[in-house]
Design a protein around this ligand. Structure first.
Ligand SMILES: [Zn+2]
Ligand SMILES: [Zn+2]
Length: 254
Protein backbone atom coordinates (compact mmCIF):
# COMPACT_ATOMS: atom_id res chain seq x y z
CA UNK A 1 0.00 0.00 0.00
CA UNK A 2 2.40 2.64 -1.01
CA UNK A 3 0.68 5.88 -1.81
CA UNK A 4 2.86 8.10 -3.89
CA UNK A 5 3.16 11.75 -2.99
CA UNK A 6 1.41 12.88 -6.17
CA UNK A 7 -1.74 10.86 -5.50
CA UNK A 8 -1.72 12.11 -1.90
CA UNK A 9 -1.72 15.71 -3.17
CA UNK A 10 -4.26 14.90 -5.89
CA UNK A 11 -6.78 13.66 -3.33
CA UNK A 12 -6.58 16.86 -1.27
CA UNK A 13 -9.06 19.68 -1.88
CA UNK A 14 -8.37 23.40 -1.49
CA UNK A 15 -9.90 25.20 1.51
CA UNK A 16 -12.42 27.96 0.90
CA UNK A 17 -11.03 31.49 0.91
CA UNK A 18 -12.17 34.15 3.38
CA UNK A 19 -14.24 35.96 0.75
CA UNK A 20 -16.40 32.92 0.21
CA UNK A 21 -19.17 31.55 2.38
CA UNK A 22 -17.02 29.51 4.67
CA UNK A 23 -16.56 29.04 8.40
CA UNK A 24 -14.39 31.88 9.70
CA UNK A 25 -12.24 29.37 11.57
CA UNK A 26 -12.07 25.98 9.84
CA UNK A 27 -12.94 27.33 6.34
CA UNK A 28 -15.42 24.66 5.40
CA UNK A 29 -18.29 25.92 3.24
CA UNK A 30 -21.38 26.90 5.22
CA UNK A 31 -24.61 28.75 4.52
CA UNK A 32 -24.03 32.51 4.10
CA UNK A 33 -26.14 33.43 7.14
CA UNK A 34 -23.52 31.95 9.45
CA UNK A 35 -20.05 33.30 10.10
CA UNK A 36 -18.66 30.31 11.95
CA UNK A 37 -19.79 26.69 11.68
CA UNK A 38 -21.71 25.22 14.60
CA UNK A 39 -18.94 22.70 15.30
CA UNK A 40 -16.35 25.45 15.74
CA UNK A 41 -18.74 27.63 17.76
CA UNK A 42 -19.35 24.72 20.10
CA UNK A 43 -15.64 23.96 20.50
CA UNK A 44 -14.32 27.48 21.02
CA UNK A 45 -17.04 28.14 23.59
CA UNK A 46 -15.39 25.57 25.84
CA UNK A 47 -11.98 27.27 26.14
CA UNK A 48 -10.74 30.71 27.22
CA UNK A 49 -8.37 31.62 24.37
CA UNK A 50 -8.99 29.50 21.25
CA UNK A 51 -6.87 29.96 18.14
CA UNK A 52 -8.15 32.94 16.18
CA UNK A 53 -6.44 32.14 12.88
CA UNK A 54 -6.77 28.55 11.67
CA UNK A 55 -5.19 27.68 8.32
CA UNK A 56 -6.06 24.31 6.84
CA UNK A 57 -3.52 23.40 4.16
CA UNK A 58 -6.27 21.36 2.53
CA UNK A 59 -9.56 19.57 2.97
CA UNK A 60 -9.82 15.81 2.68
CA UNK A 61 -12.45 13.12 2.88
CA UNK A 62 -12.60 9.86 4.76
CA UNK A 63 -11.58 6.95 2.54
CA UNK A 64 -9.42 9.12 0.22
CA UNK A 65 -5.68 8.56 -0.36
CA UNK A 66 -5.11 11.67 1.78
CA UNK A 67 -6.97 9.98 4.61
CA UNK A 68 -4.83 6.85 4.17
CA UNK A 69 -1.67 8.98 4.41
CA UNK A 70 -2.84 11.01 7.41
CA UNK A 71 -3.77 7.87 9.32
CA UNK A 72 -1.10 5.55 7.99
CA UNK A 73 1.86 7.79 8.87
CA UNK A 74 0.82 7.28 12.50
CA UNK A 75 -0.40 3.73 12.69
CA UNK A 76 0.37 1.68 9.57
CA UNK A 77 1.68 -1.68 10.82
CA UNK A 78 4.64 -1.71 8.41
CA UNK A 79 7.44 0.62 9.63
CA UNK A 80 8.84 1.29 6.15
CA UNK A 81 5.42 2.42 4.93
CA UNK A 82 4.97 4.57 8.02
CA UNK A 83 8.31 6.20 7.24
CA UNK A 84 7.33 6.85 3.62
CA UNK A 85 3.99 8.36 4.59
CA UNK A 86 5.65 10.46 7.31
CA UNK A 87 7.95 11.78 4.64
CA UNK A 88 4.95 12.77 2.52
CA UNK A 89 3.36 14.68 5.40
CA UNK A 90 6.60 16.46 6.30
CA UNK A 91 7.27 17.33 2.68
CA UNK A 92 3.80 18.86 2.31
CA UNK A 93 4.06 20.91 5.51
CA UNK A 94 7.60 22.11 4.70
CA UNK A 95 6.64 23.11 1.16
CA UNK A 96 3.46 24.83 2.36
CA UNK A 97 5.23 26.85 5.06
CA UNK A 98 8.07 27.80 2.71
CA UNK A 99 5.58 29.15 0.18
CA UNK A 100 3.04 30.73 2.52
CA UNK A 101 4.93 31.89 5.58
CA UNK A 102 4.61 35.49 4.44
CA UNK A 103 0.84 35.06 3.88
CA UNK A 104 0.37 33.69 7.40
CA UNK A 105 2.66 36.26 9.05
CA UNK A 106 0.86 39.05 7.22
CA UNK A 107 -2.59 37.82 8.26
CA UNK A 108 -1.41 37.37 11.86
CA UNK A 109 0.63 40.63 11.78
CA UNK A 110 3.64 38.78 13.16
CA UNK A 111 5.97 35.95 12.22
CA UNK A 112 6.65 32.97 14.49
CA UNK A 113 9.88 31.86 16.14
CA UNK A 114 8.82 28.37 17.18
CA UNK A 115 6.72 25.55 15.75
CA UNK A 116 4.74 23.42 18.21
CA UNK A 117 2.85 20.24 17.33
CA UNK A 118 -0.33 19.55 19.30
CA UNK A 119 0.59 16.54 21.50
CA UNK A 120 -0.98 13.15 21.08
CA UNK A 121 -3.95 12.20 23.22
CA UNK A 122 -3.53 8.49 22.63
CA UNK A 123 0.24 8.29 23.13
CA UNK A 124 0.81 10.24 26.36
CA UNK A 125 4.45 10.92 27.13
CA UNK A 126 5.76 10.18 23.64
CA UNK A 127 6.28 12.66 20.85
CA UNK A 128 3.45 12.95 18.36
CA UNK A 129 4.20 11.25 15.02
CA UNK A 130 3.75 14.66 13.38
CA UNK A 131 6.50 16.10 15.59
CA UNK A 132 8.78 13.21 14.58
CA UNK A 133 7.85 13.67 10.91
CA UNK A 134 8.56 17.41 10.95
CA UNK A 135 11.80 16.86 12.87
CA UNK A 136 13.08 14.92 9.86
CA UNK A 137 12.69 18.00 7.66
CA UNK A 138 15.82 20.19 7.83
CA UNK A 139 13.71 23.26 6.98
CA UNK A 140 11.43 22.75 9.98
CA UNK A 141 13.63 21.03 12.56
CA UNK A 142 15.40 24.22 13.64
CA UNK A 143 12.15 25.88 14.75
CA UNK A 144 10.41 22.80 16.12
CA UNK A 145 10.09 22.67 19.91
CA UNK A 146 8.17 20.48 22.33
CA UNK A 147 5.90 23.21 23.60
CA UNK A 148 3.07 21.34 25.27
CA UNK A 149 2.53 18.33 27.51
CA UNK A 150 -0.73 16.43 27.77
CA UNK A 151 -2.25 16.46 31.25
CA UNK A 152 -4.76 13.99 32.65
CA UNK A 153 -7.67 16.43 32.20
CA UNK A 154 -10.50 15.09 30.07
CA UNK A 155 -10.30 15.85 26.34
CA UNK A 156 -12.14 14.35 23.40
CA UNK A 157 -13.73 15.41 20.11
CA UNK A 158 -16.68 16.94 21.90
CA UNK A 159 -14.88 18.30 24.91
CA UNK A 160 -12.19 20.99 24.68
CA UNK A 161 -10.45 22.18 27.84
CA UNK A 162 -7.99 24.84 29.00
CA UNK A 163 -6.48 22.20 31.28
CA UNK A 164 -5.87 19.44 28.72
CA UNK A 165 -2.32 20.64 27.99
CA UNK A 166 0.43 22.30 29.98
CA UNK A 167 2.94 24.60 28.24
CA UNK A 168 6.61 23.60 28.40
CA UNK A 169 8.93 26.19 29.93
CA UNK A 170 10.92 26.53 26.70
CA UNK A 171 7.98 28.05 24.86
CA UNK A 172 6.96 30.79 27.30
CA UNK A 173 6.99 34.32 25.86
CA UNK A 174 7.59 32.98 22.36
CA UNK A 175 5.57 33.39 19.17
CA UNK A 176 4.33 29.98 18.17
CA UNK A 177 2.96 28.40 15.03
CA UNK A 178 0.76 25.57 16.24
CA UNK A 179 0.45 22.55 13.92
CA UNK A 180 -1.85 19.56 13.91
CA UNK A 181 -2.50 16.90 11.30
CA UNK A 182 -6.30 16.81 11.21
CA UNK A 183 -9.18 19.04 12.26
CA UNK A 184 -12.56 17.49 12.93
CA UNK A 185 -14.13 19.48 15.77
CA UNK A 186 -10.97 21.42 16.64
CA UNK A 187 -11.17 20.31 20.28
CA UNK A 188 -7.49 19.34 20.54
CA UNK A 189 -6.26 22.33 18.57
CA UNK A 190 -8.22 24.97 20.47
CA UNK A 191 -7.42 23.34 23.81
CA UNK A 192 -3.72 23.53 22.90
CA UNK A 193 -4.02 27.13 21.73
CA UNK A 194 -5.83 28.12 24.90
CA UNK A 195 -3.25 26.44 27.16
CA UNK A 196 -0.53 28.44 25.40
CA UNK A 197 -2.31 31.78 25.19
CA UNK A 198 -3.39 31.76 28.83
CA UNK A 199 0.31 31.22 29.70
CA UNK A 200 2.02 34.15 28.00
CA UNK A 201 2.62 32.44 24.66
CA UNK A 202 1.52 34.13 21.45
CA UNK A 203 -0.16 31.68 19.06
CA UNK A 204 0.50 33.34 15.71
CA UNK A 205 -1.69 30.87 13.82
CA UNK A 206 -2.73 27.24 13.83
CA UNK A 207 -1.97 25.27 10.67
CA UNK A 208 -3.76 21.96 10.12
CA UNK A 209 -2.68 19.62 7.38
CA UNK A 210 -6.23 18.53 6.59
CA UNK A 211 -9.67 19.59 7.67
CA UNK A 212 -11.96 16.56 7.33
CA UNK A 213 -15.08 17.14 5.25
CA UNK A 214 -18.13 14.98 5.66
CA UNK A 215 -18.54 12.52 2.84
CA UNK A 216 -21.71 14.27 1.75
CA UNK A 217 -20.49 17.84 2.17
CA UNK A 218 -21.19 19.14 -1.35
CA UNK A 219 -17.93 20.90 -2.05
CA UNK A 220 -18.04 19.21 -5.42
CA UNK A 221 -20.88 18.87 -7.84
CA UNK A 222 -22.26 15.43 -7.21
CA UNK A 223 -21.23 12.97 -9.90
CA UNK A 224 -18.84 15.40 -11.56
CA UNK A 225 -15.30 15.00 -10.31
CA UNK A 226 -14.07 17.58 -12.79
CA UNK A 227 -16.00 20.31 -10.96
CA UNK A 228 -13.77 19.86 -7.93
CA UNK A 229 -11.13 22.57 -7.81
CA UNK A 230 -7.67 21.00 -7.79
CA UNK A 231 -5.44 21.38 -4.75
CA UNK A 232 -2.47 23.58 -5.57
CA UNK A 233 0.47 23.96 -3.26
CA UNK A 234 1.27 27.38 -4.67
CA UNK A 235 -2.01 28.82 -3.37
CA UNK A 236 -3.12 28.95 0.25
CA UNK A 237 -6.51 30.12 1.45
CA UNK A 238 -4.97 33.55 2.11
CA UNK A 239 -3.40 34.12 -1.30
CA UNK A 240 -5.00 31.74 -3.80
CA UNK A 241 -7.63 32.56 -6.39
CA UNK A 242 -11.08 32.43 -4.84
CA UNK A 243 -13.18 29.40 -5.55
CA UNK A 244 -16.75 30.61 -5.59
CA UNK A 245 -19.34 28.63 -3.70
CA UNK A 246 -23.08 28.70 -4.03
CA UNK A 247 -25.27 28.96 -0.94
CA UNK A 248 -25.52 25.19 -0.80
CA UNK A 249 -21.74 24.87 -0.78
CA UNK A 250 -21.30 23.77 -4.39
CA UNK A 251 -18.72 25.25 -6.70
CA UNK A 252 -20.26 28.03 -8.77
CA UNK A 253 -19.59 27.65 -12.46
CA UNK A 254 -19.72 31.25 -13.78
ZN1 LIG B 1 -15.72 25.65 11.43
ZN1 LIG C 1 -0.41 31.96 0.56
Amino acid sequence: MEIIYRSFLASLEPPARPATDACSLCRRPIAPRYETCLTCVDTIGQVTRPASLVIPIAFYRLGSPAHAVLRGYKDHPTPSIRRTLSGHVARLVAAFLAQHRACIASAARTDWDAIVVVPSTTRPGSKHPLHLALASSPALASELVVGLHRTTAHLDHNHASDQAYRPASGVLRRRVLLIDDTYTTGARLHSAASALQTSDVRVVAAVVVGRILDQDQPLTRRGSASARPPFRLKACLLCGPAAKYTASGQIATD
